[in-house]
Design a protein around this ligand. Structure first.
Ligand code: ATP
Ligand code: MG
Length: 261
C-alpha cells in the first residue's frame, strides 16, 4: 500500500530525511517511531503531497503522489500533529465541510458522518462548537473526519499527544476497530512506546533521518535484548536529548509568523 525507496529531504545543507526505504502492506498498522526532530513529520508530509522529496520514490496504492496529487489525496486521510479543526464550527459542520471538499456525494456524506460520529462517540455532541470540545473529543473528531472519504490509508501524526490514558486507550481501540472493519492501512507516529507496542503490527525506528531498525514489536525487543519497547527504543536511539536548538528556532519562527498575522 505504501512503498518508499531511497527517500531524501534536505533543507539547505541539512538532511532531515536521509535515504530511507520501507514498505507498508495493505491492512497493516505501521508505527514510525523516533526522537524529536528525527524526520517523522517530514516523511509524512512527503507521503501526503505536502512536501516535495529532494530525491527518491514514493508510491501510495501504486500512485506517485507527486505526479497524481488528486488521485493520491482521495486515497488517504490525515490527522496532523498540529490541530486543524475550525473551532467556530460545530462537530457536524467540520465533518460536512471536509466531505464537500472531498466531493463525497451528499447522501453518502450524511450516512457516513452519522456512522463515524457514532463510532467515535461524538454523535450526541455533534451540534456543539469545537471550542466547547475537550482535547480528546477534538482528536477523535479529527480522526473521524480523516476517514470520511473512505480512504485506504490513514496517516496519524502523534494523534494521542496530550490525552489522558483513558482517551488514548479508547482512541486506539477505535482505530483498531476501523482497521479491522474497513481494512484501512494505518501509518502512525507516537512517542508513547506502550501504544506502539500494543497497536502496531510493524515498526520502523528513525533517528537523525535514517531508519535504524524495522520489525514487529517482538522482533525489535529481541534484536536489542530488551524487555520493553521503550528499552528497545532507547537502545536503538540512545538517550541524549535531540534537536533542542532546532526546536527552539522552530518555535521562534512560528511565533514570528503568528505575530505577523
Ligand atoms: N521547513 C523546514 N525547514 C527547515 N528545517 C526543517 C523544516 N521542517 C523540518 N525541519 C527540520 O527537520 C528535522 C526533522 O523534523 P520533523 O518535523 O520531521 O521531526 P519529527 O520526527 O516529526 O519530530 P517531532 O517528534 O518533534 O515531531 C528537524 O531538525 C526540523 O527542525
Ligand atoms: Mg513530528
Amino acid at each position: 500500500m505504501i512503498r518508499v525507496h531511497d527517500l531524501v529531504k534536505t533543507f539547505g545543507e541539512f538532511r532531515a530525511v536521509d535515504n530511507i526505504s520501507f514498505q507498508v502492506e495493505k491492512g497493516e498498522i505501521f508505527a514510525f517511531l523516533g526522537p524529536n526532530g528525527a524526520g517523522k513529520t517530514t516523511t509524512i508530509k512527503m507521503l501526503t503531497t505536502l512536501l516535495k522529496p529532494t530525491s527518491g520514490r514514493v508510491e501510495l496504492d501504486g500512485l506517485n503522489p507527486a505526479v497524481k496529487q488528486n488521485e493520491a489525496r482521495q486515497r488517504f486521510g490525515i490527522v496532523f500533529q498540529d490541530p486543524s479543526l475550525d473551532s467556530e464550527l460545530t462537530g457536524y459542520e467540520n465533518m460536512d465541510l471536509h466531505g464537500v471538499l472531498y466531493h463525497v456525494p451528499r447522501k453518502i456524506r450524511i450516512e457516513r458522518i452519522e456512522r463515524l460520529l457514532k463510532l467515535f462517540e461524538l454523535w450526541e455532541r455533534r451540534n456543539d462548537r469545537i471550542k466547547q470540545f475537550s482535547g480528546g473529543m477534538k482528536r477523535r473528531l479529527e480522526i473521524a473526519r480523516g476517514l470520511l472519504h473512505t480512504p485506504k490509508i490513514l496517516f496519524l501524526d502523534e494523534p494521542t499527544l496530550g490525552l489522558d490514558p483513558q482517551s488514548r486507550n479508547q482512541l486506539w481501540t477505535h482505530v483498531k476497530n476501523l482497521n479491522e472493519s474497513e481494512q484501512v492501512t494505518v501509518f502512525l507516529t507516537t512517542h508513547y512506546m506502550d501504544e506502539a507496542d500494543r497497536v502496531a503490527d510493524r515498526i520502523a525506528v528513525i533517528d537523525h533521518g535514517r531508519i535504524v531498525a524495522q520489525g514487529s514489536p517482538a522482533e525489535l525487543k529481541e534484536q536489542t535484548s530488551s524487555d520493553s519497547l521503550e528499552q528497545a527504543f532507547l537502545t536503538l536511539t540512545g538517550s541524549s536529548i535531540r534537536d533542542e536548538s532546532a526546536g527552539s528556532a522552530d518555535q521562534l519562527r512560528q511565533f514570528a509568523k503568528m505575530w505577523k498575522r
